[in-house]
Ligand binder design. Structure first.
Ligand SMILES: [Zn+2]
Length: 312
């Protein structure tokens, strides 16, 4: 059993109810504040770190190939016990993930965590396993998911995180002193990465605003710069939201900066392939059905997702 006592972990998440405790340290990594974080002190022993990293953990699955195999049922009660017993719902969520996730990314998902997102106010997260950016845990909050409409945005967003944080995008071994671009939660973003391109083109000129404004204020000041309000959180969330909207929306000639970000994705064959894969598997010939699904997503109180990193 691995004791987690006194290990301070950092949770990166889309949390609307808690102000960001962003790092403001000056360093060559000029954008260490790009990820919102809250620190969580673990005080319990657990056989698996996933249980301690997210409140509301219900069931952890190992992913074998494309199939899931139950690894841990966490000790839960009440609503969460009912959710734990609802294996059919777990399978439905996983089958949807399989449906919209290209094989090369699906094969990087080694664990699937079903959890209740109420406590953390997050709808999903990804976290790398053993500090290896080719192995990920994907967590999906299932308490208020009733169909594909609730899932599409969260799953695409989380897969977009994997795409933009995987090994060809981030140098895990560079220290802060060596990083000449910007820091991600797991290393130094490469100069030719999707995230850094977005940062250079669309975040460099609002650096002062970012220091002075909350993400909500930033969005209110520049609504045409962001594809969603949540995208104003930081460049890492922005790129995930841009990719998600790129997949969901039909091509548009709208001249907003937000739409320019979306259209810039047509220059990246990997992202175009992702879009085509999703559209073909959602069984549509245009973006119309995806748009309808996106509208259904509004039934959630907020767009919620998150990213968890352990052991920082
Ligand atoms: Zn996110």
């Amino acid at each position: 059993m691995k004791s987690l006592n006194n290990i301070t972990k950092v949770i990166f998440a889309i949390i609307f109810l808690i102000n960001s405790s962003c790092s403001k340290e000056d360093s060559i990594i000029s954008d260490t504040e790009m990820i919102n974080s809250i620190e969580v002190d673990s005080t319990n022993d657990s056989e698996d770190i996933s249980a301690s990293l997210v409140k509301g953990a219900i069931t952890l699955y190992t992913v074998n190939g494309t199939e899931i195999e139950k690894k841990i049922d966490y000790a839960v009660s009440g609503t969460n016990l009912a959710l734990q017993k609802n294996i059919k719902k777990h399978d439905q969520v996983w089958n949807f993930i399989k449906k919209v996730t290209p094989t090369k990314y699906l094969s990087m998902i080694k664990e699937f965590l079903v959890f209740n997102g109420e406590a953390e106010q997050i709808g999903g997260f990804v976290t790398d396993i053993d500090n290896d950016l080719s192995k990920w845990t994907l967590g999906i909050a299932i308490e208020d998911i009733d169909g594909d409409g609730d899932l599409i945005h969260i799953v695409l967003h989380e897969v977009a995180h994997i795409i933009t944080l995987k090994k060809d995008q981030v140098d895990e071994n560079k220290t802060s002193d060596d990083c000449k671009t910007i820091g991600s939660y797991s290393g130094c973003v490469k100069g030719n990465s999707y995230l850094y391109e977005l940062y250079v083109n669309y975040w460099g000129d609002i650096k002062k605003d970012r220091e002075e404004l909350s993400k909500e204020q930033l969005y209110q000041k520049y609504p045409d710069r962001f594809v969603t309000e949540y995208a104003a959180t930081n460049p890492g969330e922005d790129i995930a939201e841009v990719i998600t909207e790129f997949i969901k929306q039909p091509k548009s000639s709208n001249t907003s900066i937000a739409n320019k970000k979306i259209n810039s994705m047509y220059n990246h064959s990997e992202i175009v392939d992702f879009r085509n894969y999703v559209i073909s598997n959602i069984n549509t010939t245009s973006g119309s059905r995806l748009s309808r699904i996106a509208t259904n997503n509004s039934k959630r109180k907020k767009h919620k997702c998150g990213r968890i990193h352990k052991g920082l």
